[in-house]
Write a protein that binds this ligand. Structure first.
Ligand code: GSH
Length: 221
């Protein structure tokens, strides 16, 4: 079939979920670092519609949009199944993944980096979404059960990304004690060695986000 290439950035939460999936499944891949301020001709060729990372190239197959890429990875490499076996559980996991991308990532970004009324409203909305996830994770080690699964990978950014963007943006949004079960899940997640390997170093991450804010390179959802 040919090799696997991932066009990505280390700081993109959408890219991290793909790196984690490949690592958990033991798939060798080449990481191709993109500069979002100066996108490579190959990125624009492979993702002409959205022009975003991540892009997965597997032989002649080009797959874009991180949730679609995760499904492709799951169907292509059978080791470490990510999605639940039960069809209703699979549907539920996909629902929360869509919820994350639509109703959590955008308000968290604005809450951490925005100003004034827009920032306040975004914070309220982000906390409402986090409260819903807190209910989902109560009593479980991972969203996937005893082992890390699809939904853990989609939500994994919460465990490190928010605090870095808070620091870069200057607004505190989330305190650990607000959502204790979600906090504990984040600790379980981040301390898995394969997961930890793909998390950007804190200082570099904060500097990157600060630059993205200053240059208005919005880390869009
Ligand atoms: N829905 C996309 C979102 C990807 C996305 O927003 N990527 C950002 C980096 S975090 C990007 O490439 N931004 C460049 C741009 O918007 O110009 C996915 O799930 O893959």
């Amino acid at each position: 079939m040919g090799g696997v290439k991932l066009f990505a950035t280390k700081e993109s939460l959408f890219s991290s979920r793909i790196q984690w999936a490949l690592k958990l499944k033991g798939v060798e891949y080449e990481f191709i670092l993109e500069d979002l301020a100066n996108k490579s001709p190959l990125l624009l060729k492979y993702n002409p519609i959205y022009k975003k990372v991540p892009v997965l190239v597997h032989g002649d197959n080009v797959v874009v949009e991180s949730l679609v890429i995760l499904e492709y990875i799951e169907e292509t490499w059978k080791e470490h199944p990510l999605l639940p076996r039960d069809s209703y559980d699979r549907a539920t996991a996909r629902f929360w993944a869509k919820f994350n991308d639509e109703k959590l990532v955008p308000p968290v970004w604005t809450a951490c980096t925005g100003e004034g009324e827009a920032q306040e409203k975004a914070k309220e909305s982000a906390l409402e979404s986090l409260a819903l996830l807190e209910k989902q994770i109560q009593g479980k080690k991972f969203f996937g059960g005893e082992q890390i699964g699809y939904l853990d990978l989609v939500l994994g950014w919460i465990s490190y990304w928010i605090s870095g963007v808070e620091e870069a943006g200057g607004n505190k949004v989330l305190e650990a004690e607000m959502f204790p079960s979600l906090h504990q899940w984040g600790q379980n997640f981040i301390h898995n060695p394969l997961i930890e390997e793909c998390i950007p170093a804190r200082e570099a991450f904060v500097a990157y986000v600060q630059n993205a804010i200053n240059c208005k390179i919005f880390l869009k959802s």
